[in-house]
Each structure stands twice: as structure tokens, then as C-alpha cells.
Ligand binder design. Structure first.
Ligand SMILES: [Zn+2]
Length: 328
């Protein structure tokens, strides 16, 4: 069955995307596959479908499949509604995906075990959905560099859960960046795991701040202050608080995370923090990022080192550049 689908046939004011809904309201709003497909089309093509090959605005919508297919009237190129999105290749229904998006964007987050129970999929599927969503969050974080008064400091994950006197054998050192406003409030954050495996606590070397600044700070719009490694008195209280929040969240929600996938969960923590600060509907913002982020495969997640992991070390590691909290 063909339906004509031309420019302007799918208009919706995007301000509606900022609605805040409870989970129950969200499930009601996106109860059927048709509800989800319509929303996905509105997000991907707010001004109407455009052929990715010839930019023609006129297409047929083929609705005989589980998900609609668009065929360009000019060049006959066919594109699925999920091609090029985080949902591509998935056999899980969009309504389940949408519920997973809401629950992952929620401030408390959700474990794969709990997600599998709520949306009715296997643990493996829930785990994969969670990591694909974190991949979309990482894409969002990468597009939003730190600006203004930016503090860069170091801290560790894995040394707080045993109480103030607890010193683990291993830990995960991190670089933490935070944009601080004039009221000394943290406006936006980014955190990176320094090494892709745990390191011995007492031999930890803090490094990678140069690569962090290059990747995550808009130098042309920032006043950058770097702080000494965290055990020094001259540490940033703003970033220290973030390390505690991160530690508590990883332990409370996931009962701790190992080095291999730690960065993905850190990306989720940063994304949620930044969305809360912007007072935006994170579930609908995440849906938008899912609609414009190419998917990542299970094989890439598990077997290949294609994910962002370790930070490149500073160019001259013999000289410790953190001799003072001097502005750069
Ligand atoms: Zn075309």
C-alpha cells in the first residue's frame, strides 16, 4: 500500500517536544507503534521528508512492512524510518524503545535487570538497548563543549563506596571538567575515564588533561583553570562534589561498574546532569539524539575497541604540568 508523503504533510511545532510527562503519561502517549512512528517522523523530518540522495521533497510511504518505508518519487531511493538512527537493525518494538529512553533519561537511571522486567525483554536485549542509548548520549555530550569559567580537576571512581577510611587496591582515575557560573554553581559538566583498565591506587598517575581540554572545552569561549591532582589541598570543590555524586549513582543504581564500560555510564551521568541544569525534557531530547545518531552494534560494544575509552596522555608526561592551579 502506498501513501503520498510530501513536504509539509508532517508538521508539528517542536516546542511540543519540551513537554514533561510522568512515565505513565509517556507510556499512554506512545502506546502503539503508530504513535512512536509518527513521533519519530516528526523529529527526523520536521519540515517533511527529504530524500537523502537527491533532496526531493516528494515520496511515497510504503506501509506494508512493520516500519514504514519511504520511496523517493524522483530517484526511487528507499529509506526506512529507522535507517541511520540508533534503532536501526533492532527487532524490538519502538514502543519498548521509547519506554527505555524515558527510563534512561530519568534522573535515577535504570539497570538492565530492572529495564528487562519493565519493558518485557531479555536481559541481553535490555543491556544492549541501554548501551545504545548511552552511545546517543555520548554523541550529545560531544556536541556540547564546556564554555565560560571552566575548572578541570582530577578524581577517582571506586574509592568512596567503602567509607571515608576505605582505600581500595585499584581505582579508576578521571578528569572532571565543570563550567561554573557567577553564583559558583556548576552549570555543565564532562567527565572522562583516564585509563581503560583499573590502576593500582597508590601508583595512580593523573594525566590526559590536555586531550580532555582539546576535546571537551571550547577554548575560544572559556577561561580555563586547571587544578592539581585531587589529593592536593588546592582542589576544586565543585568537581569533588561531582565525583561523589557519580560514585553514589553508579553504586546505588548499578552496584558498581567495571573499567570496560565505565565511560558509557559516566556519559549517561553527564548527559542527565546537563539536561537537568538546562531544565529540558531529557526523555524527548534523548529521543531526538536517538533519531540522528547512527547505531552501534553488539559486536562493537563487546569485542572491539571502537568506543571512546582512554584519554591520550599529555605530550610531555615527564613534566607534571599540574604545578599550580594557574589559568591557561
Ligand atoms: Zn531521491
Amino acid at each position: 500500500m502506498f501513501a503520498n508523503f510530501s513536504q509539509g504533510g508532517c508538521m508539528m511545532h517542536l516546542s511540543l517536544l519540551q513537554e514533561n510527562m510522568t512515565f505513565e503519561q509517556f507510556c499512554t502517549r506512545y502506546r502503539t507503534e503508530r504513535d512512536c512512528i509518527e513521533m519519530l517522523i516528526r523529529i527526523r523530518w520536521p519540515d517533511g521528508y527529504r530524500c537523502p540522495i537527491c533532496a526531493c521533497a516528494h515520496a511515497y510511504q510504503i506501509s506494508t512492512r512493520r516500519l514504514p518505508l519511504f520511496e523517493c518519487r524522483s530517484c526511487r531511493y528507499q529509506a526506512s524510518v529507522i535507517s541511520g538512527t540508533i534503532f536501526e537493525g533492532s527487532r524490538t518494538s519502538l514502543s519498548r524503545w521509547f519506554q527505555a529512553i524515558y527510563l534512561h533519561a530519568n534522573p535515577s537511571g535504570i539497570s538492565a535487570t530492572r529495564l528487562s522486567e519493565i519493558i518485557g525483554v531479555t536481559y541481553k536485549t535490555a543491556w544492549l538497548i541501554g548501551h545504545k542509548l548511552r552511545h546517543a548520549m555520548q554523541t550529545a555530550n560531544n556536541q556540547d563543549k564546556l564554555t565560560g569559567n571552566v575548572q578541570i580537576s582530577f578524581d577517582r571512581y571506586g574509592s568512596l563506596s567503602g567509607g571515608p577510611q576505605f582505600i581500595p587496591k585499584f581505582n579508576h582515575p578521571m578528569v572532571i571538567g565543570a563550567s561554573i557560573n557567577r553564583q559558583s554553581e556548576t552549570e555543565q559538566i564532562m567527565i572522562r575515564q583516564i585509563y581503560d583498565e583499573p590502576v593500582e591506587y597508590f601508583s595512580t598517575r593523573f594525566n590526559g588533561d590536555e586531550a580532555f581540554a582539546n576535546e571537551h572545552v571550547d577554548i575560544s569561549k572559556a577561561q580555563l583553570t586547571k587544578f592539581l591532582p585531587f589529593h592536593n589541598k588546592n582542589r576544586s570543590t565543585s568537581t569533588s562534589k561531582l565525583a561523589i555524586l557519580l560514585d553514589n549513582w553508579l553504586n546505588d543504581t548499578f552496584h558498581g561498574i567495571g573499567a570496560k564500560h565505565l565511560q558509557a555510564y559516566i556519559d549517561q551521568f553527564c548527559y542527565r546532569f546537563n539536561m537537568l541544569k538546562k531544565k529540558l525534557s531529557s526523555s524527548l531530547d534523548l529521543l531526538r539524539w536517538c533519531a540522528i545518531t547512527a547505531t552501534i552494534t553488539y559486536k562493537s560494544l563487546v569485542l572491539l575497541k571502537t568506543r571512546r575509552q582512554a584519554l591520550p596522555l599529555n605530550s610531555n608526561t615527564r613534566k607534571n604540568r599540574f604545578v599550580s592551579a594557574a589559568a591557561v
